[in-house]
Design a binder for this molecule. Structure first.
Ligand SMILES: Cc1ncc(COP(=O)(O)O)c(C=O)c1O
Length: 480
């Protein structure tokens, strides 16, 4: 269907025409304008969610639900993009944004500061591991990873170690889309179209315990083996050339890979031994997702830098941050030294004001406590799905869970790429969307369905998720 081709340039401005005529555009006009003018992100423009060949146009949202242009209601099982942690429709955040816009609409954090930025820096550090003492704002997670790598390179140059520039990251991990952040990403299929990327990034194993169980007696033993691969890679590459190791404490891509505390202790030990900076990418993990404000605290380790974004404002306004240890700021206290890096909208005052109001909601409603109290119930509800032959593993922590789908439960045989494509994109995503459940079907590693709902929900909603997913999986088993 050549649905995306502009066919009739005379009617190419349906929305403008309707507005000029003083009328509300119709649903059909919204569809046409979207199809004629937009280039969506990470989107297969040749196929659609809806059977009618329509783009799902989302019009409003409240709590853990959103609605499309036909008034159909959906359960937001993934906090839209692992981001709307406090849930939708928070008027308090809209009011904070409006108040800030009236007071100081915008000013850059270039040689100046503003009060929302100052207050948010203090607030973020109050939750963070105690060794982190400075905040560098960005507008999202990828930019903060990019910033961390650049800062690591400059820091080591200033330490008289100019060759320390390489970074290690974990397989299947996603760290963003700019050239640097994409280079760190461990998903070859995402990088292929953009190669050659920034040189000097190397992959080590992630902590996918489900796929390692047959080779190790305990998860701790496996985790220590995985951590030791970092030391091995540092030695392979020469410690004098390695600047940093980036990891998500709980890795999203591949499906919520957790690790026992011994892993983080060993990683810290290895990084210290070779003067390699440890960067925790908590773009998704932070702000309650794992049952703590920061997952680094949950696992009791101190990264040299910590990346966060998404849940900081519950996605009501774009904002990211790099939290860093004082030693990384130290060289910039002297003489004419500067870190020549930043973005126009880094630490936008409106975003900072929204973040502060969002963190107030976290405190007032004890959202992190809600996750801690309910995470076991979420886990056991999803684990009921293990009675289905297609469900191989249920893993995660907090309000961050993945259900891995397998072809053969006994042997853990996974689906081929073609089968996985049919299962996830051809059947499951569509079915769940039709059934009103928005979640993530992901095949960047083995096929998984992921949940990261707003932190406000409880056991009734876990049951609703389980029931809809169960129905969709039974349907998928029949049609595979
Ligand atoms: C772990 C991780 N790092 C980085 C990013 C990139 O963040 P952004 O899209 O805000 O640049 C993401 C996005 O989902 C992520 O999950």
């Amino acid at each position: 269907m050549a649905i995306w081709n502009r066919k009739n340039t005379e009617t190419a401005t349906p929305l403008l025409d309707a507005r000029r005529a003083g009328t509300e555009p119709t649903n059909a006009q919204w569809q046409q304008a979207a199809k004629d003018n937009m280039f969506l992100q990470f989107t297969r423009h040749s196929s659609f969610y809806t059977a009618k060949g329509e783009i799902p146009i989302i019009t409003h949202a409240d709590g853990h639900h959103f609605w499309d242009q036909h008034g159909k209601k959906y359960f937001d099982g993934i906090s839209s993009l692992f981001a709307v942690n406090a849930g939708h429709g928070r008027h308090k955040l809209a009011e904070a944004a409006a108040k800030q816009m009236k007071e100081l609409d915008y000013f850059p954090l270039w040689s100046h500061a503003h009060k929302p930025g100052i207050e948010l820096s203090e607030r973020l550090l109050s939750y963070a591991p105690k060794n982190l003492t400075r905040v560098f704002f960005t507008t999202g997670g990828g930019e903060a990873n990019e910033t961390a790598w650049k800062l690591a390179k400059q820091y080591f140059k200033m330490q008289g170690k100019p060759m320390k520039h390489k970074v290690l990251t974990r397989s299947v991990a996603y760290h963003g889309t700019s050239h640097g952040a994409l280079s760190m990403t461990g998903i070859p299929a995402m990088k292929k179209a953009f190669e050659p990327l920034v040189p000097s990034t190397f992959r080590v194993p992630n902590t996918n315990w489900y796929r390692a169980q047959d080779d190790f007696a305990t998860e701790e033993e496996f985790a220590l083996w995985a951590a030791d691969r970092i030391e091995e890679m540092i030695l392979f590459e020469d410690p004098d050339t390695v600047a940093a190791f980036f990891m998500e404490p709980v890795q999203n891509s591949g499906g919520c890979f957790t690790a026992p505390k011994v892993y983080f202790d060993r990683v810290r030990e290895i990084c210290d031994k070779y003067d390699v900076l440890l960067v925790a990418d908590e773009t998704i993990d932070a702000f309650g997702r794992t049952g703590a404000m920061f997952a680094s605290n949950l696992y009791g380790f101190e990264p040299d830098m910590l990346v966060c974004a998404k849940g900081m404002t519950s996605a009501y306004a774009p904002l990211g941050a790099l939290l860093l240890a004082e030693k990384l700021f130290e060289p910039f206290k002297h003489g004419t030294n500067i870190f020549p890096h930043g973005y126009t909208y880094s630490g936008h005052p409106v975003s900072c004001a929204v973040a502060l109001a969002n963190l107030d909601i976290f405190d007032e409603e004890d959202l992190v406590g809600n996750v801690q109290r309910n995470q076991a119930a979420f886990k056991s509800t999803l684990e009921k799905l293990k009675d289905l032959p297609i469900v191989g593993d249920v893993r995660g922590i907090g309000y961050f869970w993945a259900v891995e789908l397998v072809k053969n439960k006994e042997t853990k045989e996974t689906f081929t790429d073609k089968e996985s494509e049919k299962l996830l994109h051809g059947i499951l995503s569509q079915r769940m969307f039709e059934e009103g459940l928005f979640c993530r079907s992901d095949d960047r590693g083995d096929p998984v369905v992921q949940f990261a709902p707003p932190l406000t929900i409880g056991p009734d909603q876990f049951n609703e998720i389980e029931q809809i997913l169960r129905g969709a999986l039974v349907h998928a088993m029949k049609h595979m």
